[in-house]
Design a protein around this ligand. Structure first.
Ligand code: NAP
Length: 264
């Protein structure tokens, strides 16, 4: 690969660029960033070349350009790039913005859409990714490899990107809510929050690790913990009475609905 471009080095652009730089110390990276302080920091951290004010040149020089600006800034960027996006692969991070809209704004670019979540910052994002149907396997492999340092990929056709937004983009916040509620339950029982919170975080991360390592269905693990007439089944009944499962399922659906609404 010749060069990777990153346009917009705010929270998401810099998280992805840092993950790429960590994996590929030798790969030339060019950046475009309006904000001077962010630009200076990114240039130094990424050992990158500054293309600010010359986004069209970045499209000409780079094989792949990650666009991580806010959707409302898209048209200004497209005007500045003009016809120079042709032949470049553009990875769009823009929420609520279809590949059709990006392809119209950047004629001739091959558009890949991704939807990372907040954990990109620590290289553990769950990233929804939608490739153009006609993109060949070798090109897909390059992009998978490029993004792999930022987290894990969930490949979906574009109409399911909103579903992944509900599952992981928004879903990470549902998990934060659960962790806080778990800790607050212990507070109600008399444990100080300062002790309850780290314990609740450990419960959630160890539960996730158990599922990952053992590869079993979550309900099998639930039944393993539930001894007859024991404590866990009493708590599980309380969750069912409170509508826990349907509340979580509704949360994912509601977030996905909202994402589709924003797109239309
Ligand atoms: N944050 C998340 O967790 C998350 C998750 C999934 C998807 N996304 C998507 O990622 C994109 C970026 O989000 P973010 O949270 O990283 O936003 P952000 O922190 O505001 O970063 C965007 C950066 O791009 C700069 N910029 C805007 N227009 C530009 C242009 N024409 N040329 C060069 N730089 C330009 C902005 O500068 P100014 O501030 O000066 O305008 C800002 O520094 C959004 O489209 C969002 O939908 C974000």
């Amino acid at each position: 690969m010749q060069m990777i471009g990153v346009i917009g080095t705010g929270f998401m652009g810099s998280s992805l660029a840092t993950a790429i730089r960590t994996r590929h110390p030798e790969l030339p990276i060019g950046i475009v960033e309006k904000d001077e302080a962010r630009r200076t920091a990114a240039l130094e951290r990424l050992n990158a070349t500054d293309y600010t004010g010359r986004p069209g040149a970045l499209f000409s020089d780079a094989d792949i350009v990650v666009v991580a600006i806010k959707p409302q800034d898209l048209d200004t960027l497209a005007d500045a790039v003009g016809s120079r996006a042709g032949g470049t692969t553009l990875i769009s991070v823009l929420a609520g913005t279809t590949t059709g809209r990006i392809a119209t704004a950047f004629p001739g670019a091959e558009v890949v859409r991704i939807m990372p979540n907040l954990a990109a910052e620590i290289g553990r994002a769950v990233i929804g990714i939608s490739f153009p149907p006609d993109m060949d396997e070798a090109a897909r492999r390059v992009i998978r490899e490029l993004l792999s340092g930022a987290g894990s990929l969930v490949e979906v056709p574009e109409h399911l990107i909103s579903t992944v937004t509900g599952l992981s983009g928004s879903g990470i916040a549902f998990v934060f809510e659960f962790i806080d509620a778990l800790a607050m339950g212990a507070v109600a029982e008399g444990l100080p929050y300062a002790k309850a919170l780290p314990a609740a975080i450990d419960v959630v991360s160890s539960a996730a690790e158990v599922l990952t390592h053992q590869g079993v269905h979550p309900q099998e693990m639930v039944s393993r913990v539930c001894s007859p007439a024991g404590t866990t089944i009493a708590g599980i009944r309380a969750l069912h009475e409170g509508g826990f499962r349907s509340a979580v399922m509704d949360a994912v659906e509601r977030a996905a609905d909202r994402s589709r609404e924003l797109e239309s």
